[in-house]
Write a protein that binds this ligand. Structure first.
Ligand code: SAH
Ligand code: DHB
Ligand code: MG
Length: 225
């Protein structure tokens, strides 16, 4: 199977299930025009995030790594009118582009972007004693995924769904001696998911327009705080 085929199938899926999505299309155009890297989740992956949040009945979502707000919009769309999504972004430029995209998508009232390093903002959220989140999407710097998991658990309740992007990386995840900090971070993250008795987890490999990668999915099964 080739990248060309995977991309063609992703186009087929997009034509079938999300043929016309001006808000998401504009988000990609504005992100690209502003010089952001082209690394958002694919349309099919974004729709999966929407469906997971919707089927989970999520009312409060935390996202780590906003970029231009593509995945943010996919997740926030699943929320009821009184729902809330908090998204953390290191880059003020990315946050500014995302803010415009999120407002344009009509989601400005339920999405809050907090700008700064997630490793600083996550402890702030804990000390602010915010309500636990129903769904947490981890998609920032892969080297810090293990740390983000620890804070995510402190912001969870039994039933919280934790999703992490990019845990396969062209299959390089199986290279235990990789010198890539992103691979090592994702490997450690996956091992922590597997070892933690408070979590039930798996990894779903994905192929498509973004190549071969994967989502980790974990459900919190007992109190974490
Ligand atoms: N979730 C987005 C893609 C995120 S790309 C989507 O699918 O649409 C990863 C983002 O994480 C980038 O915008 C990057 O600036 C941000 N990031 C990197 N390191 C970070 C950190 N330490 N804290 C918060 N955000 C970080
Ligand atoms: C990269 C980051 C991502 O979140 C992603 O989905 C793909 C690539 C990256 O930093 O290269
Ligand atoms: Mg990603």
């Amino acid at each position: 199977m080739s990248q060309e085929r995977w991309t063609a199938v992703d186009a087929y899926v997009q034509n079938l299930f999300m043929p016309d999505d001006p808000a998401l299309e504009r988000t990609l155009e504005e992100s690209s025009a502003a010089g952001l890297p082209n690394i958002a989740v694919s349309p099919a992956q974004g729709k999966l995030l929407t469906l997971l949040a919707q089927s989970h009945g999520a009312k409060r979502i935390l996202e780590i790594g906003t970029l231009g707000g593509y995945s943010t919009i996919c997740l926030a769309r699943a929320l009821p009118g009184d729902g809330e999504l908090v998204t953390l972004e290191y880059s003020p430029h990315h946050a500014e582009v995302a803010h415009a995209n999120i407002v344009r998508a009509g989601l400005g009232d339920i999405v809050t972007i907090r700008t700064g390093p997630a490793q600083d903002i996550l402890p702030e959220l804990v000390s602010e004693d915010v309500e636990p989140f129903d769904l947490i999407f981890i998609d920032a710097d892969k080297g810090n995924y293990p740390e983000y998991l620890g804070w995510s658990l402190m912001l969870s309740r039994p039933g919280t769904l934790i999703i992490a992007d990019n845990v396969v990386r062209d299959g390089r995840i199986v290279d235990g001696d990789s010198s890539d900090v992103n691979i090592q971070g994702a490997r450690r993250f996956n091992e922590l998911l597997a070892a933690d008795p408070r979590l039930d987890a798996t990894i779903v490999q994905t192929v498509g327009s973004k190549g071969h990668d994967g989502f980790a999915l974990a459900v919190v099964n007992m109190p974490t705080t």
